[in-house]
Design a binder for this molecule. Sequence first.
Ligand code: DAT
Ligand code: MG
Length: 131
Amino acid sequence: MIKPDAVRAGNIGNILQMINAAGFRIVAMKLTHMTKERAGQFYEVHKERPFYGELCDFMSSGPIVAAILEKNNAVEDFRKLIGATNPANAEPGTIRKLYATSVGENAVHGSDSDENAAIEGAFHFSGMELY
Ligand code: DAT
Ligand code: MG
């Protein structure tokens, strides 16, 4: 996902260009706006964390770009491309280093395993929206 902060800042194009240049194929993509309830469902795994409420408010604060990306070693390579959760710790040249403003408003989401990528893909897209 390209998160609401990056969409608001006009960075959809810049981020997609980096994703493209890194060799990912776009299988599905849409601009969508999650309700607070949908954001809460997406981040259910974090519901006991102190930042959960803030995270759900932020993720439902505006439209996002949801996408399914394909590549060999996609999960690991995408996490390398986006950089550390906290942009202060992200490597130079990563999407979060360039476009995130804080640990909470960090521009992009990337799945953390193939299994979660499948779950998160199905959260946003039906089978008919995959190409
Ligand atoms: P990532 O998005 O790098 O997978 P995560 O799964 O640990 O990171 O957390 C999910 C999101 O929750 C993260 O992108 C931003 C928010 N978050 C994580 N840690 C936070 C913190 N300490 N304070 C505020 N928001 C936080
Ligand atoms: Mg995560």
